[in-house]
Design a protein around this ligand. Structure first.
Ligand code: AHR
Length: 818
């Protein structure tokens, strides 16, 4: 009998109450495809469910090297609970284990040393089966109720259907919408109660990924200024990534070594030691892809130095272009004996894309240098140790209501030793603790908590620091066997104190509180007014996590009840971390949780009702990381419009979704670990993406009242209607009404906007339109004056996002009878 005969038998009304279920994995994709199932009516002819669909995949270790499932054993106990365990790799002797009631939703995975004995019994029988094509599989045969098989098949079918929707792309629109004529729609304001929505909906997510901080927003021009680069930053994969990285010697009159005897600070233990035999040679820094200089601009140079031998204190500092010409220079004096900070200011005589910095001692003998720094004098808001003005301005232009920092995964780190500790990032630069950046480079901590808070204040955004929940990244690979673990319980009290200290540092009285005084001494007397605090970042919601999160949450809540804690619900919009995270947050009454999802444009188009049914009495949502991902990871009109469309739905739900931030923010050209990003840059240029413009249109056109409307689309095709979006909001502060219209169709869509019941104060409106072909990467929104009446027509161009801002619609309150 063929497999089809089996399938037919399965569908018949008289099919058996029980069936055989076979659980197995394969060695394909380096054992990463997870747990598969096959079913059989008679135990001999087997049909794969979903053709090797992974019903359970391994969470262990880093994405790049692990996530493997070897030899899974599945067992059901007397209470009907399924337990599954497997080896995570060939070397670590670690067993992963999880459980499920239905084989569909699995509990967070736990990882044990192989020696620990627990269910399921790994010495259980291994069965072999053969598929009709002769292929052999090894696993376990289980006798199960046929309903269970139904559910597995049903889940797979549902997944397959959803994947098909998720895969919808604009490249197929010509076929999908063949013959489609321009669409007509009517958008009519419904007099009635206005919904209050969050005025903090659009913010930014800042993480030091893709050289976003060092070499990026942080304006320092010298790379490896502290001589603290080390092999471990790149987990030993690059022998040149050491304390001498970015430095070289020019000439043969001196030797350059790195020493650690009597450093300027214990946290900064390496420094450069030059032994000069013949004066004239230089220690040269190449900056980050060179040092960009602007003609006429001032540059602040500084270093810590001391002479260990020799008599000549004079040292020349020269900035030179690649033809060898001097662009700026200064002379500094290095004392003998102990470390001294020496400064000078230089003015660039020409604009140079990639200069180098030379340190040239004038005499013979020993010179020690550390914290060699060159800053443009002209930083954002002229802050010392500040930010690159042009990049910071692009962020200010987004008009973000909050800034989340320092990550992302940088916040919870790769392994316990890599957790970002805020105290390591404040105080004099030479005393800060640099560390390995988990994205594979070096983090100076020069852009630390003080600078983050100052930046937030400078752009009028609320600070949202995110601290680890006592656990590192669930994809950790560094330290022991990696993976999530927890700060030992006997250290948790101190860790919690560290978190409480942050709140005191940010908000404490400058005279009466210890940490408030430190903030004031650092230059900020007035409290920063911290309101939000993130605990955790898309963590595995394991018992280890839950215990620690609860302790932190309760301690912070007890001492600072007004601080709004942002919890975390895993890296995806579904699955065990999402379910367990929501459960925990609901139990603890966490005010708001951080959701993350990076999905395809098709997902955004097909999940527009994602928040419509969220329970408003539960924690609210911070959509903390999201972006639209296409194969090849571009930012183009397709990615931008899918986010713009989805944000119309988020705005409708902005009573429950209080905050959102596109991620990641920055990508330095040629140094990206992750794409797409919102803003690309090199040392002199900035490329604002189509996704940036969508964020800016939302950020600069926010409001706090959602105006209910009806939206009639004169086309019954679901594929058409789900590609059209609208949102009408009002900013009660200015009285402006803002109409947002997204059209993801290849044809125009004319809409009759009927502001029924609203008395328009003025006919003046401003129209912004972002449009283009789906693959366009360079589209920029246009801005023009636009005239409106109580009823007006607007033609949405094909593939466009339009924002119509109607000025000062002051009479609206009365009309809507609030
Ligand atoms: O945004 C990039 C990364 O994506 C973040 O660090 C992490 O939280 C997420 O997985």
């Amino acid at each position: 009998m063929s497999v089809w005969a089996d399938v037919l038998a399965y569908c018949l009304p008289n099919r058996p109450d029980s069936l055989f279920l076979f659980s197995y994995s394969t060695t394909k994709n380096r054992c990463r495809n997870g747990l598969h199932f096959a079913w059989s009516a008679d135990g001999s002819r087997w049909t794969k469910i979903g053709n090797e669909y992974g019903f359970l995949t391994c969470d262990y270790g880093s994405w790049s090297t692990q996530k493997r499932m070897i030899d899974p054993v599945l067992e059901r106990n007397a209470d009907g609970i399924w337990f599954c365990s497997w080896l995570v790799n060939e070397n670590d002797k670690i067993i992963a284990r999880t459980q499920s009631l239905d084989l569909l939703l699995w509990k967070p995975q736990e990882f044990y040393k192989e020696s620990v004995i627990m269910r399921p019994d790994r010495s259980a029988r291994r069965d072999s089966i053969y598929f009709s094509n002769g292929e052999k599989a090894i696993g376990q045969i289980h006798k199960v109720e046929s309903r269970l098989v139904d559910n597995l098949i049903g889940r797979y079918d549902q997944k397959a259907y959803r994947s098909q929707l998720d895969a919808e792309q604009m490249k197929d629109d010509a076929l999908r919408f063949k013959g489609l004529l321009p669409v007509r729609t009517q958008l009519t304001v419904q007099p009635g109660p206005i919904k209050r929505i969050s005025k903090d909906l659009i913010g930014i997510f800042f993480e030091d990924i893709n050289y976003g901080a060092d070499g990026g927003l942080y304006a320092e021009l010298i790379q490896n200024r502290d001589f603290e680069y080390n092999l471990h930053d790149k987990l030993g994969t690059d022998p040149d990534w050491n304390a001498m990285h970015s430095w070289k010697v020019k000439g043969d009159g001196l030797t350059f070594t790195v020493d650690t005897v009597q450093p300027i600070h214990i946290h900064n233990s390496h420094y450069a030691l030059l032994n000069v035999k013949t004066p004239g040679s230089a220690l040269v820094n190449e900056g980050w892809d060179g040092i960009a200089l602007q003609k006429g601009e001032k540059y602040d140079f500084s270093l810590f130095g001391k002479r260990t031998t020799g008599t000549s204190s004079a040292v020349s500092i020269i900035l030179r272009d690649n033809s060898g010409s001097v662009v700026a220079s200064s002379l500094i004096s290095i004392p003998s004996g102990s470390w001294k900070k020496v400064k000078s200011t230089m003015i660039a005589s020409s604009t140079v894309q990639a200069a180098t910095l030379e340190i040239i001692p004038s005499g013979t003998g020993g010179y020690a240098f550390d914290m060699v720094s060159l800053f443009p004098h002209n930083t954002f808001k002229n802050r010392p140790n500040g930010l690159r003005k042009d990049l910071a301005q692009t962020l200010a232009d987004l008009h973000p209501r909050f800034v989340r920092f320092p990550g992302g995964c940088v916040a919870h780190g790769d392994g316990l030793g890599n957790i970002y500790r805020w105290k390591n990032t404040i105080g004099p630069l030479e005393s800060r603790v640099p560390q390995r950046n988990l994205w594979g480079y070096h983090q100076t901590a020069g852009l630390g908590y003080y600078e983050f808070f100052q930046f937030c204040e400078d752009i009028g955004a609320k600070p949202l620091p995110v601290l680890a929940a006592g656990v590192p990244c669930q994809n950790s690979q560094d330290g022991g066997a990696g993976q999530q673990c927890g700060i030992p319980m006997n250290e948790m009290k101190a860790y919690i104190q560290e978190i409480l200290d942050l709140i005191e540092w940010a908000n404490g009285d400058p005279k009466t509180s210890y940490w408030g005084r430190l903030r004031a001494e650092a230059g900020h007397i007035k409290p920063f007014g911290l309101e939000l605090l993130g605990i955790g970042n898309e963590d595995l919601i394991s018992e280890v996590f839950k215990d620690r999160f609860k302790m932190i949450y309760e301690a912070v809540h007890a001492k600072y009840p007004k601080i709004k804690i942002v919890g975390t619900v895993g890296p995806f919009y579904e699955g065990s971390d999402y379910e367990e995270g929501w459960k925990l947050a609901t139990e603890l009454k966490v005010p708001i949780v951080d959701e993350h999802y990076y999905n395809s444009p098709g997902w955004f188009i097909n999940n527009r009702n994602f928040y419509d049914n969220y329970d408003r009495s539960k924690p609210h949502v911070y959509l903390g990381e999201y972006a639209s991902h296409l194969p090849g990871r571009p930012n183009n009109i397709e990615t931008a419009l899918s986010c713009a469309l989805y944000l119309t739905d988020v705005e409708r739900n902005a009573d429950v979704v209080e905050m959102s931030s596109y991620a990641p923010l920055f990508g330095k050209e040629n140094h990206c670990q992750w794409r797409p990003d919102m803003i690309y840059f090199d040392n002199t240029k900035i490329k604002l993406t189509t996704d940036y413009y969508v964020q800016k249109l939302y950020g600069t056109n926010g409001g706090d009242e959602y105006v209910p409307c009806t939206w009639k689309i004169e086309n019954e095709n679901d594929a058409v209607s789900k590609r059209l979006g609208q949102s009408v909001i009002r900013d009660s502060h200015s009285g402006d009404v803002i109409v947002k219209l997204a059209n993801l169709l290849p044809v125009s869509a004319t809409t009759v906007v009927d502001l029924k019941g609203l008395v328009i104060g003025t006919k003046k409106a401003v129209l912004h339109v972002l449009k283009g072909n789906p693959t366009d990467t360079d589209a920029i929104p246009s801005e023009s004056a636009f005239e409106v009446g109580n009823k007006f027509d607007y033609e949405m161009p094909p593939y466009s996002f339009s924002v119509i801002r109607i000025k000062g619609n002051l009479l609206m309150d009365k009309i809507l009878n609030r």
